[in-house]
Design a protein around this ligand. Structure first.
Ligand SMILES: O=C(O)CCC(=O)C(=O)O
Ligand SMILES: [Fe+2]
Length: 342
């Protein structure tokens, strides 16, 4: 497998104007400037009706929406420009002293034996999708798979590390418009030593068999983060799709009730287990009713797929260079991307 430097990746320009999430109306909108927004959502036809049908009818409600959208836009798009991800990462390296140094380097002992068995099967010469399906738990939702990923001891140390980070003065890259409590793991230095090998060595053999028709056999980048839900913070996550070809979502703990991930239907999600699903499969997280819920999310991306169609705007991507976010697009579409089954 060819390991690509993250520098080769680009963002689709839609990131800088689309997909701003309005919590109150559970709607993603596009914002460039007030004029554009009024034109599209107040005087325009379809979009305006959509916002109206969701209950935004009066001028004062509309002004409220406009205020919120421009605020969100500033927070998410502008501020992140000011303090760039790479700068935050450098500051974190400089001032933050980890509590559990060992969790930053992937070791096989962190992984559940059941998961290692699946990987072993997938890398054997006669592995087939049918064979794998016999070893893996399928969910009622199409092409959603559930299996243990991490060991409990690792989950505990990992959460302790994240709590320690939360309490530190180190700069944090959140929020985005959907989650208020999110930690971008690349900024803590987890990518090279943890998520790149996890994706390439352990997850890729599974996704190549399970999702070869939607990029699973040529994943070449990822975005890994944790989301946190707490009774005093975010409780749930609205229905959405991911900026990913394939997503792995692992429940880390701690103790919580309710708060299941749903794909149209409700599903159970046990601590240490992962749910693997297509990024474009709509899903959300139901509210917790007590405790704290931490989940590790790995959005895995395949440039070969997304170079044809950006999953966020549904168009051929217009590439822009950005230090802040690199969303897995590449310049060269024919590309040197490896797309093998191993
Ligand atoms: O909280 C969860 O389990 C879902 C998180 C999620 O879907 C996301 O961040 O994309
Ligand atoms: Fe998601």
């Amino acid at each position: 497998i060819i390991i690509k430097s993250m520098d080769k990746f680009y963002t689709c320009s839609c990131f800088f104007r689309d997909n701003i999430f309005l919590e109150e109306y559970k709607l993603h909108v596009r914002f460039i400037a007030e004029n554009q927004f009024r034109k599209e959502y107040q005087n325009g036809s379809n979009l305006q009706q959509h916002l109206m049908s969701l209950g935004c009818v009066t001028e004062s409600q509309f002004r409220d929406v406009l205020g919120k959208v421009s605020e969100l836009w500033k927070i998410e798009r502008r501020q992140s420009h000011k303090l760039k991800s790479a700068e935050r990462a450098a500051t974190i390296r400089e001032i933050y002293a980890p509590l559990h140094q060992h969790v930053y380097h992937l070791q096989e002992s962190f992984l559940a034996p059941e998961f290692l068995q699946l990987v072993k099967y997938c890398t054997s010469n006669d592995a087939t999708m049918e064979g794998l399906m016999k070893l893996i738990q399928t969910e009622a939702a199409p092409r959603v798979f559930r299996f243990p990923v991490l060991r409990k001891e690792f989950c505990k140390d990992f959460i302790e590390e994240l709590e320690h980070f939360e309490q530190s003065d180190a700069p944090k890259g959140r929020p985005n418009t959907m989650n208020n409590y999110r930690i971008l793991l690349s900024e803590l230095g987890f990518d090279e030593s943890f998520f790149t090998p996890l994706r390439e060595v352990y997850l890729h053999p599974l996704t190549a068999l399970l999702y070869s028709d939607c990029g699973g056999s040529c994943l070449d980048s990822h975005k890994a983060f944790v989301v946190k839900y707490d009774m005093r913070e975010d409780l749930d996550l609205s229905y959405h799709y991911d900026n990913a070809e394939v997503t792995l979502n692992v429940s880390l703990g701690k103790d919580f009730t309710e708060g299941n991930l749903f794909f149209g239907d409700m599903r159970r999600h046990h601590v240490t287990e992962g749910l693997l699903h297509r990024g474009r499969h709509m899903h959300g997280a139901l509210p917790i009713s007590s405790g704290t819920r931490w989940n590790l999310i790995i959005w895995m991306q395949a440039s070969r797929e997304r170079n044809k169609l950006c999953p966020m705007c549904g168009k051929r991507p217009t590439l822009v260079e950005s230090d802040v976010f690199r969303d897995g697009f590449t310049m060269d579409t024919s590309s040197n991307v490896s797309c093998s089954l191993t």
